[in-house]
Design a protein around this ligand. Structure first.
Ligand code: NAD
Length: 418
């Protein structure tokens, strides 16, 4: 467990907050706080030295009421069931907010993938897939990459599933390599979505994006992409971090060089530049900037540090980086928080495009992907912004109102079986 705060409790508190605001039927509130199903599996792996190690894995469906489950798979030594339940719940709100015909799911394996060889990682992925095979599939639940998983891992999952079915089934996962049914634009999609919503919020607030100073926590798929997009746009990136350290430079970091460094498999702590100062992830979060973009893990902005945060805008690249207590403090301070279910929904949006391209066996050009992504995410942003203005509520509560209303309506229309 990364922190003592349980992300699933956070997810349930967020439901209570929106239920109160919407005066939601208490029966539906209770319904939404439950997950549909969770599978816990043991994953025995033959290690390269001949020994057998057993890892624990999970796959959780929070809601499939509006369509098949959708959500990433996380490999981390800190993964545990309640975290996966929370992440699955947030996926339900995300797909609903974008009005995609999908539900919410998530998976994880409690493992430090950096300690495995490539062959061990492949065996772990293949066995995990075999263990969860009955609850995934293009019509059931479609996994994707998350922290420490990538296109190669998706390719192995697709292969195991396809071997069991006796035919190639690319639509079982998204975030695959392009050569086997992946989509152009999927890898940078989450960062791209962050960029579109930040740009849209800046327009509302009469801020020029290129004049803003930026701090990004997490320098992987999401953090690396948004840092690069904003750097190329002309923004000053004051600080970035990975799990090893934070790096700060008042004159701005050279993101291009740092990306090259980390993409070669290096940690930021080993990067040598005398103008750059090493700072902790905690210091990074409370350093002064215009836009703070937490893009690592949950529970980073809490009641312990929210008062010390000195930015105008927070864009949640990560899922669940801010606790409900911190939200209250940030709102009082007048900090605009672009919530995770909106801000980082670009990934699931292009995952949806990948899924439909696979089903149709017809692939789109990058221009079309980015155009459709922008249209869908900006529509959700505008709707969210309008509700937040009308009701004088935070953007998160507004986004939840839209997402939860759609799920509640679907439950009402379908009825409760039997
Ligand atoms: P990633 O594995 O590519 O990168 C994670 C980054 O965070 C790395 O730089 C890592 O070193 C850093 N990190 C990990 N643990 C940390 C810690 N304890 N403190 C500080 N830094 C830490 O993962 P990603 O895909 O970029 O995902 C990052 C976040 O974005 C997660 O919350 C994930 O759920 C969310 N997200 C990802 C996608 C996607 O498409 N990949 C979509 C939506 C949301």
């Amino acid at each position: 467990m990364v922190e003592e705060i349980n992300p699933y409790e956070v997810a349930k508190t967020q439901i209570d907050i929106v239920a109160k605001e919407m005066k939601l039927d208490p029966n539906i509130t209770e319904y939404l706080k439950r997950i549909e199903r969770a599978l816990i599996v043991s994953i025995p792996i033959k290690m390269d030295d001949g020994s057998i190690k057993i890892f624990e894995g999970y796959r959780v469906h929070h809601s499939t009421v509006r369509g098949p489950g959708k959500g990433g798979i996380r490999y981390s030594p800190h993964v545990y069931l309640d975290e996966v339940k929370a992440l699955a719940t947030w996926m339900t709100w995300k797909t609903s907010l974008l009005n995609l015909p999908l539900g919410g799911a998530k998976g994880g394996v409690c493992v430090d993938p950096k300690k495995l060889s490539k062959a061990e990682l492949e065996r772990l992925t293949r066995r995990y897939t075999a263990e969860i095979i009955n609850i995934i599939g293009p019509d059931i639940d479609i996994p994707a990459p998350d922290v420490n998983t990538n296109a190669q891992i998706m390719a192995w999952i697709m292969d195991v599933y396809s071997m069991q079915k006796g035919r190639s089934v690319p639509g079982v996962v998204t975030g695959k390599p392009i050569e086997i049914g992946g989509s152009v634009g999927r890898e940078p999609a989450t960062g791209m979505g962050l960029y579109f919503v930040l740009q849209a919020l800046c327009e509302k607030l009469n801020l020029k994006l290129k004049d803003l100073s930026i701090i990004v926590q997490g320098f992987g798929n999401v953090g690396g992409t948004i840092a690069e997009l904003l750097y190329n746009h002309g923004c000053k990136i004051l600080a970035i971090s990975d799990i090893s350290t934070g790096l700060y430079c008042g004159d701005g970091l050279n993101i291009e060089k740092l990306l090259k460094w980390t993409k070669e498999g290096n940690y930021l702590k080993d990067y040598k530049d005398n103008n750059y100062k090493l700072i902790s992830n905690d210091e990074l979060l409370t350093s002064k900037c215009d836009v703070l973009i937490p893009s690592a893990i949950e529970n980073q902005i809490t009641d312990k540090n929210a008062e010390k945060i000195k930015c105008k805008i927070i864009v949640e690249g990560a899922n669940g980086p801010t606790t409900p207590e911190a939200d209250k403090i940030l709102y009082k301070k007048g900090i605009h928080v672009l919530p995770d279910i909106l801000a980082n929904s670009g990934g699931v949006c292009v995952s949806y495009f990948e899924y439909i391209q696979d089903i149709h066996s017809y692939f789109w050009k990058l221009d079309r992907i980015n155009e459709e992504l922008k249209r869908i995410i900006i529509e959700a942003f505008e709707e969210t912004y309008q509700i937040s203005q009308e009701r004088k509520i935070p953007l998160r509560t507004a986004a939840y109102i839209i997402a939860v209303s759609r799920i509640a309506r679907a439950i009402e229309l379908r009825g409760v079986f039997p």
